[in-house]
Ligand binder design. Structure first.
Ligand code: GLU
Length: 446
């Protein structure tokens, strides 16, 4: 296979979510694996809804995932190319002006539905005479432009879905150009795919029908066809589609919540495929697991709980070198011993903050039995402390008080950490150190 050139083409109308990340990663990792090129194309022809800040956030999100694009293009800067293509279609008689208002179209649509007919555009504008058109224009009406579809069945071999076809006789002629001269998604996407020599159009399966329409436009423009692959969409666990409005599944919010990019990437790519959702060592391993012919046809259900589990598994195994800078940024000055003591208690790395407070103080101890903690205080081994200190100490306390198990450990944990659960005290105790341990066992905040 020659090197693929692929693209991820979001419209920058919101923060991208984990479902968008799935489409982005399928492209980016495929390009990475095959030594190809990954293009980020902003579909920002809708000047009202598109925002530069969303485009910028998308670039930050992709960099965070570890898949920055090789090339970035913005459709808003490429309108001349679309004008050329539109002219070519006009000259070929495939793009025709229509003057219906939105209300008129809606009225016709309702009438068709009421008569039990499919609500397809009736091509009334094609029957207008020159005079009728001039009259409408003289009234101040501006045309929108539709592509005249051939009423035939379009076939293609989909990278994901195999032999595919759509009968275009059941479709309305798509509007390519709005009244104000701006473009809807359909044509610019093709023009850019041609101009950037996109070899594989890998996108969500919500675009299957578009593909049939676009194949006709590619053909009308006399250009080569890319291969198409339509990937199942990510939905919530209850089957709802994700939307850019669902802020909490945006990559930005997942990043801010301290999620591991590799956990987000692994879930986004592996869910709804033949592979089990599991931690991976790196993006190269994840790329090696992509097999377009083994992506399920059913929606890929996204379970936030599964993401947390995946994240936790990555954090539990994270070496100190990988965590160090991020801990520093969170104001955590802990060394490797600290990290190794706490990492298995974390679902997300920033939760280490809580354990840093336990080690550093100050915290208010919880004393359940003053007499008991006084005895324990007296039996504290002398410094220096290490991981064996806890065992030596608790054995001495056990021998003295006759307490064991939870009755022995829980009051000590509560006094030393103020909490009922947490990392192994054998590891924490030397990090807390004698001074703070003594104060806490005496009931003082330290
Ligand atoms: N802007 C389109 C979308 O976000 C791109 C579809 C495509 O990849 O062609 O759905």
């Amino acid at each position: 296979m020659s090197k693929p050139i692929v693209r991820f083409a979001p419209s920058p109308t919101g923060l991208i979510h984990i479902g968008n990340a799935r489409q982005a990663l399928m492209n980016a990792l495929f390009a990475r694996r095959e030594g190809g090129v990954f293009v980020l194309r902003f579909d920002d022809t809708d000047l009202v809804r598109s925002k530069r800040e969303y485009a910028d956030a998308t670039e930050v999100d992709l960099a965070w995932l570890g898949t920055p694009p090789d090339i970035v293009v913005r459709q808003s800067e490429r309108v001349e190319l679309y004008d050329e293509a539109a002219d070519k279609l006009r000259n070929g008689g495939r793009l025709y002006p229509c003057y219906e208002t939105a209300e008129e179209l809606e009225f016709r649509r309702k009438r068709q539905l009421a008569r039990g007919l499919p609500p397809i555009y009736d091509r009334a504008a094609l029957k207008l005479t020159e005079e009728e058109r001039e009259k409408l224009e003289a009234e101040g009406r501006k045309p929108h432009w539709r592509f005249r579809l051939d009423h035939r069945v379009i076939h293609w071999t989909d990278m994901v879905r195999g032999e595919s076809h759509v009968d275009c006789s059941s479709l309305s002629d798509p509007i390519l150009v709005r009244e104000d001269g701006t473009y809807l998604y359909t044509l610019p996407s093709i023009v850019d795919d041609v101009d950037l020599k996109i070899s594989h159009v890998i996108r969500g399966e919500d675009h299957v029908t578009n593909t049939a329409v676009q194949i006709q436009i590619f053909e009308a423009l006399g250009t080569h066809l890319p291969l198409f692959g339509h990937i199942n969409l990510l939905t919530t666990a209850s089957g709802e589609g994700l939307s850019k409005r669902l802020g909490h599944l945006s990559l930005t919010s997942l990043r801010e919540a301290g999620m591991e990019p590799l956990a987000v990437a692994a879930l986004a790519v592996l869910v709804g495929t033949a592979e089990s959702v599991r931690p991976v060592a790196d993006l190269n391993e994840l790329a090696s697991l992509i097999d377009f012919t083994h992506i399920s046809r059913a929606p890929a259900k996204f379970d936030e709980h599964e993401l947390d589990q995946l994240n936790a598994r990555l954090v539990h195994e994270m070496p100190y070198e990988k965590a160090r800078d991020r801990l520093k940024k969170l104001g955590i000055d802990g060394d490797e011993a600290f990290w190794l003591a706490v990492r298995t208690n974390l679902t997300r790395l920033p939760e280490a903050k809580q354990w840093w407070t336990v080690v550093q103080g100050p915290l208010s101890p919880v004393i359940v039995d003053k007499g008991f903690t006084e005895v324990a205080l007296k039996l504290l081994p002398s410094a220096p402390w290490d991981v064996s200190t806890w065992k030596a100490w608790t054995e001495a306390v056990k021998a003295e008080t006759g307490l064991k198990g939870k009755a022995l450990f829980m009051p000590l944990r509560l006094a030393l950490t103020g909490l009922e659960h947490g990392p192994e005290l054998a590891a924490l105790l030397p990090l807390i150190g004698p001074e703070k341990a003594k104060a806490r066992l005496s009931g003082q905040s330290a």
